[in-house]
Design a protein around this ligand. Structure first.
Ligand SMILES: Cc1cc2nc3c(=O)[nH]c(=O)nc-3n(C[C@H](O)[C@H](O)[C@H](O)COP(=O)(O)OP(=O)(O)OC[C@H]3O[C@@H](n4cnc5c(N)ncnc54)[C@H](O)[C@@H]3O)c2cc1C
Length: 470
């Protein structure tokens, strides 16, 4: 008779990851959390209650068997654990660092009802780093099918489609507009949250599988989608939604107003964070206001601090409770000395006689009834306008799609906001053989959701390619 599993006792407290102290880390770009040791990982994994329904798996947009890999970690079978994770996700060192786990796999964890949910993200990061140190094992590849796929964009959506389809035997070429692959993982998310060497290693392991990446190829200009269809049997569009959105208030043209994407791209992709070794110019410190409450705003604020700002204020129109940024980023930002100005919104930016930003005018907000987003709507408090003296304003209130591909691809439908229209089950667009996913398909805006789209598209594209071959 099979042995009955031992009943687990609830251990309510999560094993914390060691982190670099705020005063040290705020002065450089090195990674903040230091990861688990082997013993810490086993101890954390042993908190898992091994529940029958495994709600953690349902919470993961790519369906990782979280309970299964955690069980292997608790037994010390790290190779087995990482193998299980990689059945669904070939980029675990990235997702283990940036996924909003508390809203996904960790959200429904039963331990979370009585204490702190299991640290699934921390354990995913541990097994991925363990594999990086012990040698990455590449998955098996099917025999070549003779079919070829062009992928436009090398962010998480594109890398996932590429990884899935190359394993199924298809020839894969990724076309990337920038001079480095990785999308937001490289140009947006800063080094102190996601070291670029790790992104490069993870992409390198995909290249080892045979994926070809062609850089500096702006599709819509260098080639059109129709031209790609002359040399590929199918195309996947995953160009993200990187065009900035500004607030539409007076003064946004003053010198010293940046979109968060431009600010972060200069620091990350153009390596201003390593000035003077790299000579990308950035305006020097001073007082900085960052507008927004998401991960992008947190990244902008924490980057500004590290680049030498004297004071960084993050202006958000709702309260802490509604803030969309990962809880860990908010905690880190506050520990590092970022000032949160909650329930405040800009009304105009003021400048000096030389055209530089000198201040930002804010109005206090009160929270009204929930709006379409389900969060309470901010309402301006009349007569509460006041000025905050600043030298730089970073606008991080969202991004939108760039129209280049839609405007050069006849028959490719977009919605009224410019996002590519897709069938949500297959990610097929309105053009035969053309699929799309990730941020350009209009919902999600997270690394793992973009990867989830990539997985769905890869399944449908494989079927399409095989039917075309017959
Ligand atoms: C600063 C910042 C921080 C974030 N933090 C987090 C986080 O902590 N956790 C999280 O889950 N999500 C986070 N996100 C969101 C997440 O990064 C995105 O949802 C995700 O990267 C989208 O993936 P994607 O593959 O659709 O597009 P992207 O990552 O945007 O990649 C698109 C790629 O396509 C390329 N491209 C664009 N146009 C063309 C063209 N015409 N031809 C060829 N190539 C083109 C771009 O250069 C880019 O490399 C963050 C986003 C930003 C901006």
């Amino acid at each position: 008779m099979a042995k009955k599993p031992e009943k687990q006792t609830l251990k309510p407290d999560r094993i914390p990851m060691l982190e670099r102290p705020p005063e040290k880390r705020a002065a450089d770009f090195l990674e903040v959390p230091l990861g688990y040791t082997v013993n810490q990982a086993k101890d954390e994994a042993s908190r898992c209650l091994s529940c029958k329904n495994r709600p953690c798996k349902d919470g993961c947009p790519v369906g990782i068997d979280c309970g299964g890999f955690v069980a292997r970690v608790s037994e010390g079978d790290f190779a087995g654990a990482v193998k299980l994770v990689k059945e669904k996700n070939l980029l675990p060192a990235i997702t283990g660092r940036v996924c909003p786990q508390i809203d996904q796999c960790e959200g429904p964890c039963l331990i979370g009802k009585k204490g702190e949910s299991l640290g699934i993200g921390n354990l995913e990061r541990f097994v991925a780093d363990w594999e990086r140190e012990h040698g990455v094992v590449l998955p098996d590849k099917a025999a070549p099918t003779g079919m070829s796929v062009g992928i436009v964009g090398s962010g998480p959506a594109g890398l996932t489609v590429a990884a899935d389809l190359v394993q199924l035997g298809h020839h894969i070429v990724i076309y990337e507009a920038l001079h480095e692959p990785g999308g937001v993982l490289v140009y947006g998310i800063p080094e102190f949250r996601l070291p670029k060497a790790i992104v490069a290693e993870q992409i390198g392991s995909l290249q080892d599988l045979g994926i070809e990446i062609r850089l500096n190829q702006v599709i819509g200009k260098t080639f059109t989608i129709d031209e790609l269809l002359l040399v590929h049997d199918a195309v996947f569009i995953c160009v993200g939604a990187g065009a900035p959105i500004f607030m539409g208030i007076p003064g946004e043209n003053f010198i010293g107003v940046y979109s968060a994407n431009e600010y972060l791209t200069r620091s990350n992709l153009m390596r201003a964070c390593y000035f003077p070794e790299w000579d990308t110019p950035m305006l020097p410190g001073g007082k900085i206001a960052v507008i927004g409450g998401g991960n992008v705003a947190m990244d902008g604020a924490r980057t500004a601090l590290r680049l030498g700002a004297e004071e960084v204020s993050l202006v958000y129109r709702r309260s802490l409770e509604e803030m969309p940024a990962r809880a860990e980023e908010v905690r880190h930002a506050r520990e590092e000395g970022i000032r949160l100005m909650l329930l405040a919104a800009p009304t105009r930016i003021l400048g000096d006689s030389s055209g530089h930003v000198s201040a930002i005018e804010l109005v206090r907000m009160a929270l009204g009834e929930p709006d379409a987003s389900g969060r309470r709507r901010p309402v301006p408090v009349e007569g509460s306008n006041h000025a905050l003296a600043v030298d730089t304003v970073i606008v991080a209130i969202g991004q939108q799609p760039n129209a280049m591909i839609a405007s050069t691809t006849p028959g490719l439908e977009v919605d009224r906001r410019g996002y590519i229209a897709v069938d949500k089950k297959t990610m097929a667009t309105t053009r035969d053989g053309v699929y799309a996913g990730g941020d350009i398909a209009g919902w999600g805006a997270s690394v793992i959701r973009a990867m989830g789209d990539g997985r769905k598209a890869a399944t449908a594209m494989h079927q399409y390619l095989m039917s075309k071959k017959e």
